[in-house]
Each structure stands twice: as C-alpha cells, then as structure tokens.
Design a protein around this ligand. Structure first.
Ligand code: FES
Length: 125
C-alpha cells in the first residue's frame, strides 16, 4: 500500500501498488478534472490531457509511456516530470498530488482547460 496525498483537498489515503492515479482520484471523490468533471475528457484513454495533475514525487509513479510522454511534450516545454496525465500513471510509492495545478515556468497549454491559459497574442497586449 502506498500513501497518496491530495494537497488542495487535504485528503490522504492508501492505495495498492499499481493503482491507476485517475481511478484513485475518482474513488476518493476527488475530481481530477479542472472543468465539468471530465465531461469533455477522453475518460482515461490518454489523449485529451484534461486529467493532468502536478506531482511532487515523480519517481513514485510509473514512468510516462510513449503516448503520454509525447502528449506531455505538448503541455510542457523542456523536461519536467512534475506534470502527469493521471489516467496514465500507476502509483508505486508515496506521492503528493496537486489537482488542477498552478501553471509553472515552461508549462504551456495545460491551463487552457481551466481558463487560466492566456494565449500569447492576448498576453502581449
Ligand atoms: S482522461 Fe484524457 S488524458 Fe487522461
């Protein structure tokens, strides 16, 4: 069993090794999606990006598979393992999660779904 802590919700619980992070969120009653409860999501297929979460201990999750790594390159410029698609990550150790994470330096489009994304044409005015 591994301890999963959701910082914003201040919820902590234990999950068996290999538990899917998105499913752990849902089972705990925590919405991993920033808008509409994932209504516009791919429901865990790994191609919409709406389930992205911030991760404090990336090594506690399974490494991104090829499709996720490819998708994350569109969300994050440069190398960052602090943003993961929760539907593609399995828990293998204690981890702290930030749902709907704040934008960080180098994160590009993640905030689009939450309304925090400011397109470059808008921010320069
Ligand atoms: S739910 Fe669509 S990428 Fe995770």
């Amino acid at each position: 069993m591994h301890r999963v802590h959701f910082r914003k919700e201040n919820v902590t619980f234990d999950v068996p090794d290999g538990t899917n992070l998105r499913q752990a969120c849902i089972d705990a009653g925590i919405d991993p999606y920033p808008v509409l409860g994932g209504l516009v999501s791919c429901r865990g297929k790994g191609f919409c990006g709406t389930c992205a979460v911030g991760v404090d201990e990336p090594s506690s999750l399974s490494p991104p598979a090829r499709r996720e790594a490819k998708y994350l390159k569109r969300l994050v410029s440069g190398l960052s393992d602090e943003l993961r698609l929760s539907c593609q990550a399995a828990v293998h150790g204690p981890v702290t999660i930030e749902t709907n994470p704040s934008m960080k330096e180098g994160w590009k489009t993640h905030g689009f779904y939450s309304g925090r994304y400011v397109p470059s044409w808008k921010s320069s005015s």
